[in-house]
Design a protein around this ligand. Sequence first.
Ligand SMILES: Cc1cc2nc3c(=O)[nH]c(=O)nc-3n(C[C@H](O)[C@H](O)[C@H](O)COP(=O)(O)OP(=O)(O)OC[C@H]3O[C@@H](n4cnc5c(N)ncnc54)[C@H](O)[C@@H]3O)c2cc1C
Length: 449
Amino acid sequence: MQTYDVVIVGAGTAGAFLANRLCARGHSVLVIEKNPREKIGTKYDIFHIEEKEFARFDLPRPVKGDEAWAFEFTKNYTADPKNLYPRLAENPIVGLHMHAYTVLLNERASAAGADFLYGASFSDFLYEDGKISGVIYETDGEQYEQRAKVTVDCAGMFSPVRTSLPDDSLVENFKLGGEDMFYVILRYVKLLHEKDYLDGSCGWPFFKSWIAPCADPAGAIVGIGAGHGYDYAESVYQKMLEHITLPEHELVKIEKGCTPYTRPPYSFVTDNFVVSGDAGCLTKPINGEGVTSGMAHLEIVAKVLDRRLRTGNTSAEALWEINRKYNLTQGADFAFTRALLVGVINAASFDEFEFAFESGLISDELVSAGSAGPELKLSPAFLAGAAKTLLGGIFSGKVSKQTVKETVRALKTANAVKAHYLNFPDKIEDFKDWCAAADDMWDRIGKIK
Ligand SMILES: Cc1cc2nc3c(=O)[nH]c(=O)nc-3n(C[C@H](O)[C@H](O)[C@H](O)COP(=O)(O)OP(=O)(O)OC[C@H]3O[C@@H](n4cnc5c(N)ncnc54)[C@H](O)[C@@H]3O)c2cc1C
């Protein structure tokens, strides 16, 4: 049996991206994918990529007329719960068809030398001397073994791979519970009046809802992504309709899907194993999107794996650098943003959200900063201005003392959790203590309501 350098489980955007990166560096890669090729990337139709991410990750950039291209726009509004004070961030976004783009990434990896096995479902790990040495997979009702120096889990948020790791593994094997994800409901609609056709998107964070363009210029996607379950998401959507007047439209179709909204496992690596993409809960805290935030992690994975495969050492110690490099960069930024958002969103009421927009606390600059990078950067000048505005809000009775207290607490916790991630241990022997302190912090941060 051939031993591959790397076997990747999952041919979604994450798996295909990594396969390309590793093959380009001369490694042998097999990707196993449970779906047939014609079904990859069909979990929903449209996803967004920021224009700047194509260059950052050296991604193929579809243009109008290509199968994967759907639309593009630049204006991104964020508005208050009464839709009176829309704030604008200019950030070019490209809408792509998920299936066609996933096929494109699969083809690119295949051209770089990756082997793909479609209709092959991971069933278990292969072990040698107690360490992972490949996978057992099932295809057409038969079980097969495939040896590999490293196994990478890119099997998506409900990954059967990471969750099959033994309990004492360095990588946690938790299964996502109902409070660890956003339930997204997308309504594809036809707009009835030309005057309403969209030239950008608008989000209403209080309702976790938005309207955005779709492939049909006379259409739109009205989305909601909320915790607890689809019924709860639907009830928030109905509440939103009581306050926001959407342009007149007819419903074309509804799509539903889930995206992880929880902290990633503390370690992404153990001996001969790495987890990434949605399987590693790498989605952006600001909006639950995960295609390019997963790639930020995978760039690190590809570089470290390349070096370690060359030296023939893919032990947990050798791969630990992946944890360090990620947790000291995007990992720390996401931890900060997640902690802050959970605290503020859980604390603020409808009227307080309204006040935040009306008073200018949520400004064009702030929403631009939110859409610009992995972390919501809050300058000292912004914080000083915010403190003044909030004090004014307390005096005028528009903001409760309790909410301000919760907001300050959230900011402190966000800074503390970021500092903790920036202090991620460089030695495995210090990991247990680091995890215990991180557990305490995440317990205090809690889940988004
Ligand atoms: C409605 C909705 C809208 C979204 N919109 C955006 C957006 O606009 N922009 C954005 O960046 N993100 C968006 N996201 C998130 C984004 O879809 C994910 O972050 C991204 O697709 C994760 O890619 P992945 O390759 O890690 O996982 P997946 O795309 O889930 O791929 C995992 C692959 O593994 C395969 N697999 C699973 N189990 C096995 C097994 N046992 N054996 C073999 N193969 C297996 C699956 O079939 C699948 O092909 C959205 C999510 C939802 C639900």
